[in-house]
Design a protein around this ligand. Structure first.
Ligand SMILES: [Zn+2]
Length: 96
C-alpha cells in the first residue's frame, strides 16, 4: 500500500481502516497496489466525510476495475459507499 501527500492512516476511524484493509486485500489479489491519495487533505465536496475521518480517496486500479470494485463491495458490505469518480475512487463509512 502506498499513501501519498503525507496523509496519515492513523487518523482514520477504526471502521474506515477495515475498509482500507478490504481494498488492499482485493487489489493485491489482482496484482495492484492500493494507493491512497487523500484522507483529510485535498479538495472535497461540502459535507464530505473526509473531515470526519470516515473517507479515503485512492487511485483507480490499472486493470480489471469492475471486478476489483465488485469484490471490494462484497467484502465491505452495505455500511460503506464506494464511488468511482473520473480520476479516483472514494470510499466512506456511512452506516444508514
Ligand atoms: Zn473523497
Amino acid at each position: 500500500m502506498r499513501v501519498l501527500n503525507e496523509q496519515n492512516l492513523g487518523l482514520l476511524r477504526p471502521e474506515m481502516r477495515h475498509g482500507v484493509f478490504a481494498c488492499e486485500y482485493v487489489m493485491n489479489k489482482y496484482g495492484e497496489e492500493l494507493t491512497i491519495t487523500w484522507i483529510r487533505g485535498g479538495k472535497h465536496k461540502e459535507g464530505s466525510l473526509h473531515a470526519k475521518r470516515r473517507a479515503i480517496d485512492g487511485l483507480l486500479p490499472g486493470v480489471r476495475q469492475a471486478e476489483i470494485f465488485g469484490e471490494i463491495k462484497d467484502l465491505i458490505g452495505p455500511e460503506y459507499d464506494l464511488v468511482i469518480e473520473e480520476d479516483h475512487f472514494h470510499l466512506e463509512w456511512d452506516p444508514k
